[in-house]
Design a protein around this ligand. Structure first.
Ligand SMILES: *Cc1c(COP(=O)(O)O)cnc(C)c1O
Length: 377
């Protein structure tokens, strides 16, 4: 052994790992002592389908046995719902798992991965973890800009991540734009369409991108059970991908990356279309209401097609988003401060129950009023 190695007192992670800023999840506790409303992680206020809960519970009887490593019944259930080929679905322990696997499979040291200015933070982490170089494309009015992405493509670009709609901005780009992006990318660059909020979108020009992922060798679409299906704790995601991509992912994924309870809950959830429809209707109603009411109070809100909204505080002179966060938290309302997304003037609010939606609007009204009357917090 050489002397240099003898001097080391502990194993060091490889280059770059300690430069990664860990993902910080939304807070779950408030500053006040009363009831807490968690509106910080885009979870559904309606919870999962009761059938999914029942299926999850029943799985307890089989805890001694390994799950089906290929999650076949779940893939078949998803495929049936969307008219897909189950062989081209790979499930993940949440879609985060799949985003990491995609970067791990396609990005090597020195390779570049592109995502947008206020894009989902997991993309940066996944690219860095793979040893790659994150490349950020500026957005236009908090919306992905296809030209800005294309301008940053080089011969080292191996992957482009785009969340459509995006979190935390809630904005989307039309399918025509996604197609234009794809048409100008080299065939060797993988385009990842993260459609975590697809079910909530009610726009005629929107598509999660299944058509592209079905047709081209370099497009995949990821989905999750964490949002509309209300199963965030169960950790279930899936990707629809070309056979070659599935083959690569199946080689490197954990052999049992979905547990049995998640598989059973997922099957029950995807088959409960009624519950999904109820969640979509609830969201459509309250997204519209929250946006209108908060705008009426004088705040700027970025128009959202998802189940959350981005509220801007810079117009409320002397009151920062952090002040608002503290104020709301004292009333049990836990929103998401999104400074780490390059949005230090904003809070992200998840559409909640009628009760929490009304409480948020009332609290924001009081917050604005205390400012105008010049009183201190
Ligand atoms: C919530 C979210 C996901 C889903 O993550 P899971 O790991 O499936 O819980 C993926 N992408 C975006 C943009 C999200 O906001």
């Amino acid at each position: 052994m050489n002397d240099m190695i003898k001097k080391l007192t502990h194993p060091e992670p490889r280059n770059g790992i300690l430069d990664i800023e860990a993902y910080v999840p939304g807070k779950s506790s408030a500053l006040g002592s009363g009831k807490t409303y968690k509106l910080s992680s885009n979870e559904t206020p309606l919870g999962p389908s009761p059938k999914a809960v029942e299926a999850f519970r029943s799985a307890a009887a089989e805890l001694a046995y390994y799950p089906d490593g290929a999650a076949t019944r779940l893939r078949v259930a998803i495929a049936r719902q969307f008219g897909l080929d189950p062989a081209r679905i790979v499930c993940g322990n949440g879609s985060d798992d799949l985003l990491h696997l995609l970067a791990g499979a396609y990005v090597g040291p020195g390779d570049e991965g592109i995502f947008t200015e206020h894009g989902f933070l997991v993309y940066r982490i996944a690219i860095l973890a793979a040893g790659g170089v994150p490349v950020v494309a500026p957005e236009t009015r908090y919306t992905a800009n296809v030209d800005a992405i294309l301008e940053r493509v080089t011969e080292r670009t191996r992957i482009v991540f785009i969340a459509n709609p995006n979190n935390p901005t809630g904005t989307y780009i039309p399918f025509e734009e996604i197609k234009r992006l794809h048409a100008s990318l080299p065939l060797s660059t993988l385009l990842v369409l993260d459609a975590a909020y697809a079910e909530y979108v009610r726009m005629n020009d929107y598509s999660p991108g299944l058509e592209l992922a079905s047709t081209y060798e370099n497009v995949v679409m990821t989905r999750t059970f964490s949002k509309i299906h209300g199963l965030a704790a169960a950790r279930i995601g899936w990707v629809y991908a070309p056979a070659r991509v599935c083959d690569a992912l199946n080689r490197i994924r954990g052999p049992f990356n979905l547990n049995s309870a998640a598989i059973e809950a997922g099957i029950a959830a995807i088959e409960d279309s009624e519950h999904v429809a109820k969640s979509v209707a609830h969201n459509a109603k309250w997204l519209k209401w929250l946006t209108a009411e908060i705008v009426k109070l004088g705040y700027t809100v970025t128009p959202s097609v998802a189940n959350f909204i981005l509220i801007h505080f810079q117009n409320q002179i002397g009151k920062s988003a952090m002040d608002a966060d503290t104020y709301l938290s004292q009333r049990g309302l836990v929103l998401r401060y999104v400074g780490s997304y390059g949005l230090p003037d904003c809070l992200r609010l998840t559409v909640g129950t009628e009760e929490s939606n009304r409480l948020v609007v009332a609290a924001l009204a009081d917050f604005a009023a205390e400012h105008t009357s010049g009183r201190n917090l």
